[in-house]
Design a protein around this ligand. Sequence first.
Ligand code: ADP
Ligand code: ADP
Length: 225
Amino acid sequence: KQDLELVSVSKRYGRTTAVDAINYHFKSESYTCLLGPSGCGKSSTLRMIAGHESVSDGAILLAGRNISNLPPAQRGTAMMFQNYALFPHLSVLDNVAFSLKMKGVDTVKRHAQAREMLDLVDLTDLAERLPDQLSGGQQQRVALARALITRPQVLLLDEPLSALDPFLRVRMRAELRKLQKELGISFIHVTHGQDEALALADEIIVMNNAVIEQAGPARDVFNSP
Ligand code: ADP
Ligand code: ADP
């Protein structure tokens, strides 16, 4: 079982407690949305899981293994950012293959894997373009492919749809959900939008003031008083 567990996880920045001893058990192969007002600790939680931020207290376990102190690339997690953070001077293919290059995978192998990922997100024909020759929705798919090429057990998405226009946003929701099912991995998706969470999630976590206020199956969370 590839379950992810947060055990009394806290994050402090100086005197600010951004995340206050939260506990949560993410089921494997589930789509979880993390909701809550700005500043409640959503991004800090995601960044601690990804390893882009250290935990101040507590532990993060993936498949029973404590990953809290591992570097991001060794955790079995991958993160897709709000602004996509693509390298402007690299082709789509090289952007997707980048992490494999860092690992020393040879050109032929990493390009083959990158093409496989581009197929997965329907960008087969755009491999040689530069990021600024793509639409917002296409850039977002490149960022997805780039995160997925590391074969994570858990994909972390920080407001992945917020830069898209409303039409694309709704379409990408469906694509994200489909991808999660196909890959059979867990997605943890931070969003401001209740409608987005309800459309996507198996489970919803509502954070407020650094703690988990409510959590459970999507329907239960929104139907409770
Ligand atoms: P959210 O993602 O829900 O908007 P964040 O996790 O970004 O919340 O932030 C939670 C709290 O921690 C906020 O009060 C924010 O100002 C603070 N915070 C976040 N990152 C830092 C940081 N690098 N240094 C200091 N304070 C931070
Ligand atoms: P968002 O609001 O989009 O969730 P933020 O704007 O809170 O994200 O965070 C963007 C970056 O700024 C992060 O790297 C975060 O650590 C940093 N940051 C956020 N709040 C603070 C803060 N109060 N002091 C210092 N850095 C912060």
